[in-house]
Design a binder for this molecule. Structure first.
Ligand code: SF4
Length: 256
């Protein structure tokens, strides 16, 4: 129930953002009535028409997206187009959230959950062979001396941090695991490995911006928790990660 509510937040804010853009178009159209200069009038009319087309296409994208997600019916080849629609309205939804003083992490979570479901639709038939588990460096114990960002095999699996559990899961499910210190390194890992799907673990901000950046490969995001404050000894629910891995390997057919 909570997941559905979160997705609704994204759609409500995206629609609110489009309404704002529509109001802007009406305002510009109103201005276009005043200038005596014909060139200015043509310019204003052209600009209004352009905004109206953008709003119409975005509304169509949102309607299709909402129908697909809430009815749980994948749309075949249209899934990639819907990913583009989702990413293009995300900044608008984020802007609306800022205007309404809504917690930014709430809209990010909503976007991540919406995107996760769409990613599952894009993947279609499971049983994937190239799964990349992308973990953030902040999961590693702060005092651990081993350079796991260079090579995950440097982890001694002592169990002091979640890296050990995640590493064991990737061995079990034959996935590749990398630990990135930032977006640039993460992008390099993706370019090198060229996975079929990315299972990314991060905080709301990094996950939302990563998902927004990587459109060519489906990304399923799992949020980490920060009981020790941001970027320090963060934790993740390994059971949740295992469920996603099982799903991607075709061992279970439904994710919670
Ligand atoms: S589990 Fe691995 S990364 Fe974590 S503290 Fe132990 S050796 Fe370091």
């Amino acid at each position: 129930m909570e997941v559905k509510t979160r997705k609704r937040i994204f759609f409500a804010l995206a629609l609110g953002g489009l309404l704002l853009v529509l109001s802007l178009a009406v305002f510009i159209w109103f201005l276009s009535k005043n200038p005596n200069d014909l060139a200015a009038r043509i310019f204003f009319n052209f600009f209004t028409a352009f905004i109206l087309v953008v709003v119409f296409v975005s509304l169509l994208g949102i309607a299709l997206l909402a129908f697909t997600l809430f009815s749980n019916k994948p749309m075949g080849g249209l899934n990639n187009i819907m990913t583009k629609s989702l990413n293009s309205v995300y900044p608008l939804a984020f802007f609306s959230a800022k205007l309404l003083n809504i917690n930014k992490d709430l809209i990010r979570k909503s976007y991540i959950e919406t995107s996760n479901q769409l990613a599952k639709f894009r993947l279609g038939e499971m049983n994937l062979k190239k799964i990349l588990l992308l973990a953030p460096h902040c999961l590693q114990d702060r005092d651990c001396p081993y350079k796991i960002t260079v090579d995950i095999e440097n982890c001694r699996r002592c169990g002091k941090c979640p890296i050990a559990g995640l590493y064991e899961l990737t061995i079990k499910y034959k996935a590749k695991m990398v630990v990135a210190t930032g977006g640039t390194l993460a992008r390099d890992f993706i370019k090198q490995y060229l996975p079929e799907v990315i299972l990314a673990i991060a905080c709301e901000r990094d996950l939302a911006s990563g998902i927004h950046d990587v459109t060519s490969i489906p990304v399923i995001g799992v949020l980490n928790r920060r009981p020790n404050g941001p970027c320090c000894n963060t934790v993740v629910d390994c059971k949740e990660v295992e469920n996603v891995l099982k799903y991607l390997c075709g061992d279970i057919c439904q994710l919670n």
